[in-house]
Write a protein that binds this ligand. Structure first.
Ligand code: AHM
Ligand code: MG
Length: 332
């Protein structure tokens, strides 16, 4: 048998970490379990009335839960039960959630999570995702976790990854030693290694940005967008525009095929839209681990000191040469 399951792979890699006592492996396994549950819910979403607004009541008189609430609750359940994580910050909650279960309160890790990213695509059957990042806790084990435990810069990450619920469900993660991707085989209910050692192309011809906001972009971005549309065989221009509106799916395509993903500052949102802790840091970690670059336009995303859980930052990430080209325009 030539398949390697996520569980087998995690155990094989545990020896890469001198400090590992098996907790990180168990935590990654718990994330895999939560991802499988969410994938199951996503796949039957149109049938089970979990689309639509939270708070309404379905024909059976049951409360309708939005998929992003289900995703959030699934992670809280899996992590509290798993016992490796003492606190979680979620895009769905205003404040950090201490996990004070019998085991979890002594957990050595904290996690930041966007349980269901790409909310506008949920109800229309377009790819969505889950994004996670894992840090070692700073506070002493056994004490109550503090905000400082979750407000760590990306350069302190232990691991990060995402799940894309697309034509198939894939989990992609890194513990700082490269990037590996696993596809869920529904017939055996396991994530199986399908994309070992992902390296992103240095170049590409896809740019991903919400050009509907073009009137609000900084001059450098507007100039870059003019440049990508010019015809020049030597640089494969014009480039192709691809924008799903689910960061995970846009990022995943560009990671595999080459491309640049941009969410710039706009006049209305001077820090862009995307969240540092939940979206930008974990995806930047994966981008860099695969040989790409990720920057706010001014500094490396992984070096931004977080000030608050829901902080936003602009982001330019993806293939090395493409990101550098955007920076060249931004710095003119
Ligand atoms: P969400 O967390 O509410 O789903 O928003 C994040 C999403 C990203 O997945 C995506 O890249 C971006 O918002 C799209 O935003 P816009 O519609 O402004 O282009
Ligand atoms: Mg999100």
């Amino acid at each position: 048998m030539s398949i390697t399951t996520l569980g087998q792979f995690i155990i094989e890699k545990q020896q890469d970490f001198s400090f590992a006592k098996g907790e990180l492996s168990r935590l990654l396994r718990d994330i895999g379990i939560a991802a499988k549950i969410i994938s199951r819910e996503v796949n039957k979403a149109g049938l089970t009335q979990i689309l639509g607004e939270y708070g309404s009541v379905n024909v059976q008189g049951e409360d309708v839960k939005k998929l992003d609430i289900i995703g959030n609750e699934t992670f809280i359940w899996a992590l509290e039960k798993g016992g490796e994580v003492c606190a979680m910050a979620s895009e769905e909650n205003d404040d950090m959630i201490p996990l004070m279960g019998a085991y979890s309160k002594n957990g050595r890790y904290v996690i930041c999570i966007d349980p269901l990213d790409g909310s506008s695509n949920i109800d229309v059957n377009v790819s969505i995702g889950t994004i996670f990042s894992i840090y070692r806790r700073i506070s002493d084990q056994g004490t109550a976790p503090t905000l400082a435990d979750v407000l760590q810069p990306g350069n302190q990450l232990v691991a990060a990854g995402y799940v894309v619920y697309g034509t198939s469900t894939m989990l992609v993660y890194s513990t700082g030693k490269g990037v590996n991707g696993f596809t869920l085989d529904p017939s055996i209910g396991e994530f199986c290694l399908s994309h070992p050692d992902i390296i992103t192309p240095e170049d590409g011809k896809v740019y991903s940005i919400n050009e509907g906001n073009a009137g609000e972009f900084p001059q450098g971005i507007s100039d870059y967008l003019k440049w990508v549309k010019e015809t020049d065989k030597a640089t494969s221009r014009p480039y192709s525009a691809r924008y799903i509106g689910s960061m995970v799916a846009d990022f995943h395509r560009n990671l595999l095929k080459g491309g640049v993903f941009i969410y710039p500052p706009t006049a209305k949102s001077p820090n862009g839209k995307l969240r540092l802790m939940f979206e930008c840091i974990p995806m930047s970690f994966i981008a860099e681990q695969a040989g790409g670059i990720s920057t706010t336009g001014k500094v490396r995303v992984l070096d931004v000191e977080p000030m608050e859980i829901h902080q936003r930052v602009p982001v330019v990430m993806g293939s090395k040469n493409m990101v550098n080209k955007v920076l060249e325009f931004m710095n003119k």
